[in-house]
Design a protein around this ligand. Structure first.
Ligand code: 4AD
Length: 476
């Protein structure tokens, strides 16, 4: 029976015959093959008896080659591993030409690896990141499943712009320049595949709301698309979003849910992904050494994650945050690229990070934002100028969650839509939830890649999704 490297490294099958398949990471002294099969960050050392091995086979052992190994599991003589395999039979399943193989056993830049995204998963860094991504994804479903939520699959093709930001990818079967036109010269979408204008979804929230109003607690976890031309280390054109939506939850319940959920999934990986986290922590410590003292992070990765799980997030209203920012040193010394002037300004990443990293030094939940800078569906407060919005801000990341209590009052919602020129007819089905059994309800969206960024300590969002889609880039 074939074993995985992970099983063998923790097994007690000493002196038993074992069989495994994997890829060569390194081959040294014509004797020691380090084999990895993806089951763990760690390699298993396979010791070849080179005197009794065909020379032609030895020559074919090179980094990247696929091998099948039969041998005896023994306690290791060397340092660095507890067990190793004394090889009795070695098969080359797939050769790898050492001169052409891009992934050499040396440090490659992340930029170079991005250009080889199909092979970068064969490095320690990317395998650790992607195993963590997978574990986090499992932890997300586990959390909701254990807390009475139903998984809801939102459509990816939609006619509505949930965020009202207009940053959408059009879905059409018309060929450019050959689309049928109406008399006024505009494109006649009634003749298109869906008989109307459609786009890729920017959020499954509006549809999730309709389900929450029957199933009580639902969540979506799927791809979302934004055609915003933001070439930053925090934005993707295609990213995965987790969106819980809960009937009868108000904003306080929503904040409690957000905080508990994030703590739970981080605790899960702290417990289940120790080797990968340790590897990434060491990698970061190495990287830190090359930075000036002032820019170094004061906490190793796992300590930073533990800090999140063990401390309360600070809850602060927009107005309070605005006062802090208006009076802070960087604002007074004109160090912000976007100065904080009047109440009502939208907060930029530099402001969010000042609050989290310099002022409160912990995750912050900002709530009750000015209505003018938030989406139409958020519940208006009694003051008539703020809405029951909440953003969760994380150190090194900025906004990781955006959510709100929803406007459940039909008349207020209609008024808001009218003011923002949102077509009532397009959203008739959404408005129905306010007509038939409306109730207080709330939800939020968490950008999965931003969570993976935080947990892995990587600094570019392109490095935590297998094949990133960003402006001018959709390779692979
Ligand atoms: O704040 P946003 O735009 O909220 C919504 O879409 C709501 N409809 C969610 C809801 O209430 N159900 O986006 C939510 C989160 C952000 O906090 C951020 O983490 C992530 O999605 N996000 C992005 N992640 C990567 N690339 C982008 N371009 C992102 N835009 C938003």
């Amino acid at each position: 029976m074939r074993s995985t490297v992970s099983e063998l490294l923790s097994s007690d099958k000493i002196l038993q015959e074992v069989y495994l398949k994997g890829w060569v990471r390194t081959f040294r002294s014509n004797r020691f093959i380090a084999v990895n099969d993806g089951s763990t960050i760690n390699n298993i050392q396979c010791v070849v008896d080179f005197e009794n091995t065909d020379e032609a086979i030895l020559k074919r052992i090179s980094t990247g080659a696929a091998v099948a190994i039969t041998g005896t599991l023994i306690e290791s003589q060397g340092k660095g591993q507890k067990v190793e395999i004394a090889v009795t039979k070695l098969e080359i399943l797939g050769d790898s030409n050492a001169d052409e193989y891009p992934i050499q056993p040396k440090k490659h830049s992340l930029e170079f690896l991005r250009e080889n995204a199909h092979l970068r998963i064969r490095t320690n860094t990317f395998s650790a990141v992607m195993r963590l991504r997978s574990a986090l994804s499992f932890a997300v479903h586990k959390y909701f499943n254990e807390n009475g939520f139903y998984n809801f699959h939102a459509p990816l093709v939609t006619g509505s712009d949930a965020e009202g930001a207009g940053e959408m990818f059009k879905v059409t079967t018309f060929e450019a320049n050959k689309a049928p036109l109406k008399e006024d010269g505009s494109i006649d979408y009634s003749k298109d595949f869906f008989g109307k204008e459609t786009n890729l979804t920017v959020s499954g929230q509006l549809e999730a709301e309709t389900y929450a109003m029957a199933l009580g607690k639902v969540y979506t976890f799927g791809p979302t698309f934004r055609a915003e031309n933001s070439n930053t280390t925090r934005h993707l054109a295609e990213f995965w979003m987790i969106e819980p939506e809960v009937a009868f939850n108000d904003l306080d319940d929503n904040m409690d849910l957000g905080e508990d959920f994030i703590k739970s999934v981080i605790s899960y990986v702290l417990e289940h992904c120790k080797d990968d986290l340790k590897f990434l922590e060491d990698r970061l410590l190495q990287e830190e050494k090359s930075k000036p003292q002032a820019q170094r992070s004061d906490m190793p990765l796992r300590e930073k994650l533990q800090f999140i799980t063990e401390n309360n997030f600070k809850r602060v209203s927009y107005t309070e945050a605005y006062e802090i920012l208006r009076n802070c040193k960087p604002n007074k010394k004109k160090k912000f690229q976007f100065p904080i002037t009047e109440w009502g300004v939208d907060l930029q990443s530099e402001h969010e990070r000042f609050l989290v990293e310099k002022h409160f030094k912990c995750p912050v939940i900002l709530f009750d934002y000015p209505a003018t800078i938030k989406a139409f569906y958020m519940r208006l407060n009694e003051d008539g100028k703020t809405v029951r919005a909440m953003d969760i801000l994380f150190p090194g990341i900025g906004e990781i969650v955006g959510g709100s209590q929803r406007e459940e009052r039909l008349d207020v919602l209609l008024e808001k839509m009218k003011a923002l020129d949102i077509d009532e007819k397009e959203l008739w089905w959404y408005l129905d939830t306010r007509k038939f059994g409306t109730a207080v309800h709330s939800g939020f969206g968490l950008g999965f890649e931003r969570l993976v960024l935080f947990v892995t300590g990587m600094s570019n969002i392109r490095d935590v999704i297998p094949f990133p889609r960003t402006p001018q880039n959709a390779d692979f």
